[in-house]
Design a protein around this ligand. Sequence first.
Ligand code: BGC
Length: 347
Amino acid sequence: MLPSKKCPLVGLGSGVASAIASGAIAVACGGSAGDGADDANAADASASSFGDGGGGNDSSARPDGPTGGGDGDTGAGMTHEGGVAAADSGALSGDGGPPCKRGIATNTPPSSAFVPAATVPGVSWWYNWSNRGTGAALGIEFVPMIWGSASLGGPIPSSSRYLLGFNEPNFKGQSNLTPQQAAADWPQVEALAKPLAIPLVSPAVNFCGSSTNTSGCSDPSVTDPYTWLKDFLAACTGCQVDSIAVHWYNCDLPSLQGYIDGSSSLEGFVQFGKPIWLTEFACSGSSTVAQQQAYMQAAVPYLEGNPHVARYSWFSSSNIATAQLMDATGQPTALGTVYAGLSESCR
Ligand code: BGC
């Protein structure tokens, strides 16, 4: 099946390749730039075998990344450890061990209930699809994003430790950039990161449509995220891209594993050889809270254990009411309490 953030499910064949060929992968509904409506995935729910998610974390192998900004954003008592699979990929560490990965994609700043504490793992970071974020509790790192061409000027907070690139550029309803356009704009993203010497996370991609659906993708001939990224990296000669950002809205662990690690029908993002940031994931809006929770409880241990995954952030927005982790004041919902309480490999 083909879930999208707030669109109805659309039927999907058993394999992505055949689904693309048959036009079964389709953008379920339209959206305007910035409204988050136009997200779509393809998955091979029938894929037969998947890896075990990797062998956990080995902090001793990780070089240090950039230092924190020192404005209190990054949490008192935490140390910065750098990458997971390579330099510059990691998050904060609870106690000098492996970096913490867990975050939230949310327009609402998370409250202190999400701050890592002795009694609860919490979340280490958040982002809001914007270059600026205020209001989150001290101890939860804000990561700025340059959403699209209109936000190339920034600025970004001087305390930033990472910078996220364009949001779903391969979607017409999102930042809507061909790989070539994104590559042409990328030096301006680099210019924002350079004074801070911070790592850059790639444009965040997802499946945007089928070969027969020309309404969803910025480049109708490129419907899969792997090809868009390859084309972007090829066009962006000499560019700094330290990590890969991806989104996923299927509601089952096997398809998430295949999407990241590769499967019989999904190429996998590990092919890029860079730390992976899963910056949006949840079930679609047609799922119940119980289904969101079941998927979350299956997906998070996999993400925690996969050494290729540097960070992940659950999608918490009114676009998917059943996936929301917090209320309008940043206080956790029941689902948010579950998320904050799940075990972390860094603690
Ligand atoms: C959009 C953002 C929006 C967010 C939450 C994202 O997909 O690009 O502009 O704030 O969804 O709705």
